[in-house]
Design a protein around this ligand. Structure first.
Ligand SMILES: NC(=O)c1ccc[n+]([C@@H]2O[C@H](COP(=O)([O-])OP(=O)(O)OC[C@H]3O[C@@H](n4cnc5c(N)ncnc54)[C@H](OP(=O)(O)O)[C@@H]3O)[C@@H](O)[C@H]2O)c1
Length: 307
C-alpha cells in the first residue's frame, strides 16, 4: 500500500489519477492512515505530520513529492535507516529553468521599468543592458539545467556547489572563497540550493555585500535560504535592483509583508516548478518495483548531507 500524505488536495488527486492509470493494481490511500497502519509500505509526501512516518512500521521508503526533502527531514522522529527518495524529473527540471530564464530576462531586458512606464503612460527608453553575468548557487539537477539554458542564450554563467563541476561553458566555484568570488561577478544571483543546516540563511548581508551594485536576486529554492531583513535592506537602500522570489520563510506569504508591495520585487506563490504527477509517476513506480525485488533505489537522498 502507498500512502499520499502531507501534500495538497490537488496534488493528491493528480497522483491518484496518474498512479491509477499507470499501475491499477497498486493500492493508493490518502493519509494520514489511522487503521491498519502496518499495511503501509511506501509514502509520498512533502511535509508529513511529525511522527507520522515513524508510525508506519513496515514502511520501505518515503519519497518526496518534489525535488526538495527539507519538509520531510524536519521531522526528528523519521527512522534513521528509512530510505529517503526525491524526484528528479524532466518536466520538473524544465519548469524550473523556464522560471529562472524568465527572471533573468526580466532583469536583463529591464521589463519592470517598462511595465511601470506603461502604467504612467510614458514612452521611456532605457539603455539595453549588455554582458549580464549570472551566478547560480547549486549546480544539481535544477541548477545545471538552468545554467545550460542561460548559457545557450548567451549569458556568461558560473555556478557554486559543494563539489567542483566540469560543465561546458559554466565556470565552477566551491567553498567559502568561491562563494564570495562567484557573488562578486554575479549581476544576477540565482539560488537553487537545497535547504540544509549548512545553507540556511546563506543569502545574508555578507553575501549581498559582495554582489555588484545594482544586482538582481532570484530565489525559487526555499525561503529559509534568505535572511529577509538583510535582503529587504539591500533592496531598500538601492544596492540591489530587485528580486524575483517564489519561496518564503513563511508560506503563504502573510498579508502586509514588505515583499508584497515592494516595487522591485516579483512575488510568485511557490509555483516555479510544481510536480507533474503524470511525468513523475513512472519513477515512483520503478522504485516500488525495486524495493520489492531488493534492487538499489533511485534518487536516494544522503540523510547526513541533507539533500
Ligand atoms: N519553488 C519550486 O517550485 C521548487 C521546485 C523544485 C525544487 N525546488 C528547490 O530546488 C532545490 C534544488 O533542487 P535540485 O534537484 O537541483 O537539488 P540537487 O540536485 O540535490 O542539487 C543541489 C545542489 O546544491 C549544492 N549544494 C548543496 N549543499 C551545498 C553547500 N553546503 N555548499 C555548496 N553547494 C551545495 C549541491 O552540490 P554538489 O553537486 O556538489 O552535491 C548541488 O549542486 C530543492 O532542494 C528545492 O528546495 C523548488
Amino acid at each position: 500500500m502507498l500512502v499520499l500524505t502531507g501534500i495538497g488536495r490537488d496534488e493528491a488527486e493528480q497522483w491518484t489519477d496518474a498512479l491509477a492509470a499507470a499501475a491499477p493494481d497498486l493500492e493508493v490511500v490518502r493519509g494520514p492512515v489511522e487503521d491498519e497502519r502496518e499495511r503501509v509500505e511506501f509514502a509520498l509526501t512533502f511535509v508529513p505530520a511529525a511522527g507520522e512516518m515513524a508510525g508506519y512500521v513496515n514502511l520501505r521508503f518515503v519519497c518526496a513529492g518534489g525535488a526538495g526533502v527539507d519538509g520531510i527531514l524536519r521531522d526528528d522522529s523519521l527512522p534513521p535507516a528509512l530510505p529517503l527518495l526525491r524526484l528528479v524529473d524532466r518536466v520538473l527540471t524544465a519548469r524550473m529553468s523556464e522560471y529562472v530564464v524568465h527572471a533573468v530576462l526580466h532583469h536583463h531586458r529591464r521589463i519592470a521599468h517598462y511595465v511601470a512606464a506603461q502604467a504612467r503612460g510614458e514612452w521611456e527608453v532605457r539603455e539595453q543592458r549588455e554582458g549580464t553575468r549570472v551566478g547560480i548557487l547549486g549546480l544539481g539537477a535544477l541548477g545545471a539545467d538552468a545554467a545550460h539554458k542561460l548559457s545557450v542564450l548567451g549569458f556568461r554563467v558560473a555556478g557554486w556547489s559543494r563539489t567542483k563541476k566540469a560543465i561546458p561553458e559554466i565556470e565552477s566555484f566551491t567553498g567559502p572563497d568561491g562563494l564570495r568570488a562567484l557573488a562578486a561577478q554575479s549581476d544576477v544571483l540565482v539560488c537553487l540550493l537545497p535547504l540544509t543546516p549548512d545553507t540556511r540563511g546563506i543569502i545574508d548581508s555578507a553575501l549581498l555585500a559582495e554582489l555588484p551594485e545594482g544586482a538582481y536576486v532570484v530565489n525559487p529554492s526555499r525561503g529559509g535560504l534568505v535572511a529577509d531583513d538583510d535582503l529587504l535592506a539591500a533592496l531598500s537602500n538601492g544596492r540591489l535592483a530587485g528580486a524575483a522570489l517564489d519561496v518564503f520563510n513563511e508560506e503563504p506569504l502573510p498579508a502586509g509583508r514588505p515583499y508584497w508591495s515592494h516595487p522591485n520585487v516579483a512575488v510568485t506563490p511557490h509555483v516555479a516548478s510544481r510536480t507533474d504527477a503524470r511525468s513523475a509517476a513512472p519513477q515512483l513506480l520503478d522504485n516500488i518495483r525495486r524495493a520489492r525485488s531488493g534492487r538499489p533505489l533511485l534518487n536516494r537522498v544522503d540523510r547526513d548531507r541533507g539533500y
